[in-house]
Design a protein around this ligand. Structure first.
Ligand SMILES: [Zn+2]
Ligand SMILES: [Zn+2]
Ligand SMILES: [Zn+2]
Ligand SMILES: [Zn+2]
Ligand SMILES: [Zn+2]
Length: 314
């Protein structure tokens, strides 16, 4: 044992899931609902990343401690509808893998939110273009271009700092309405494999200029996620322009957005990205596999070298 160990000063903590000793700033304590003053669960950084989470309270758990994805404590307390707050006796729904639960009654009664699909509720908001947003999505929705640009600057700074990604030509950010974005998506080919109706953002080159188009009224975290994804496409355009494999292109863009969400501590949204069963989810899982084998620098380097297809397939 080295003599510079922290354990000489304070008692060493251990991760409650994997049992490993954890350094002073490499764990987080998850409070439990039934014991708000209790010790909580000490969970190491690695388990926070890799262990499944209770779909309701989002606490990381070992698989044995989850039943149908829900922890014992949440089951013991009984499930409550996230919208109406009533106890759920019968069927319930979890959206995007981990949002909810919502009771069947609320689901039948209210229109779905255009962004998150949750029942919009009595305080849902109808936008000028007829789309309905739930109160939660509407609360942080960004309609002001200046605000969007501030978040864009934050994404640029974070990706530079955490991934070392920089652009030579900075795209201009444009907020557009849903109809305009659908039209742009139909006339550009950058996002193949994606339904133009469902597109939320787009990177486009027009002459010497670069643009990132975003649907207006995106909730803050989603805007950051979409901007990071489109930033990655801009980076690909500069650093790996010959890359055509759609799974790698979208997988890399999702990986960049996923890293951005993790930097923000948005674990729940990050987990939703991992669960997608399309080219985006598959591509992201592949890219995380490359990162585990070759580190963050390895992901960027292999993308530049266009070798990544071969790595993913092996
Ligand atoms: Zn652990
Ligand atoms: Zn739980
Ligand atoms: Zn309900
Ligand atoms: Zn919503
Ligand atoms: Zn994309």
């Amino acid at each position: 044992m080295g003599h510079d160990s922290v354990s000489e000063i304070s008692p060493m903590k251990h991760c409650n899931l994997c049992g490993r000793a954890v350094a002073a700033n490499a764990y987080r304590v998850f409070q439990r609902k039934h014991k708000p003053d209790g010790k909580g669960l000490t969970i190491c950084a690695e388990c926070q990343q890799n262990k499944p989470r209770c779909l309701v309270c989002q606490t990381p758990m070992t698989a044995q401690h989850l039943r149908a994805g829900i922890c014992r404590e949440c089951l013991r307390e009984g499930l409550k509808c996230k919208l109406c707050g009533k106890k759920i006796a019968g069927d319930f729904l979890l959206l995007n893998g981990n949002d909810g639960p919502y009771c069947a009654h609320c689901f039948q009664k209210f229109a779905p939110c255009d962004i998150c699909s949750a029942p919009a509720g009595d305080d849902g908001v109808t936008l000028a273009d007829g789309r309905v947003l739930c109160a939660r999505c509407h609360q942080t929705a960004i309609a002001d271009p200046r605000e969007a640009n501030e978040l864009f600057a934050q994404v640029i700074a974070t990706l530079d700092h955490s991934l070392g990604m920089r652009l030579n030509l900075q795209p201009q950010l444009m907020l557009v309405d849903h109809a305009r974005l659908v039209e742009l998506a139909r006339t550009t080919t950058s996002e193949n494999g994606h339904d133009a109706e469902r597109v939320l953002g787009l990177f486009a080159r027009q002459g010497r200029k670069r643009f990132i188009y975003l649907q207006e009224h995106l909730p803050r975290i989603l805007l950051i996620q979409v901007v990071a994804h489109e930033f990655a496409h801009a980076w690909q355009g500069e650093q790996a322009p010959l890359l055509t494999d759609n799974l790698v292109r979208e997988g890399f863009a999702e990986w960049v957005a996923y890293k951005m969400l993790q930097e923000l501590g948005a674990q729940k949204k990050a987990a939703q990205m991992l669960q997608r069963q399309d080219v985006y989810g598959q591509g992201l899982r592949d890219m995380l596999q490359v990162e585990r084998q070759r580190s963050i620098m390895g992901v960027l380097q292999s993308l530049r070298a266009k070798q990544i297809g071969a790595i993913v397939q092996s």
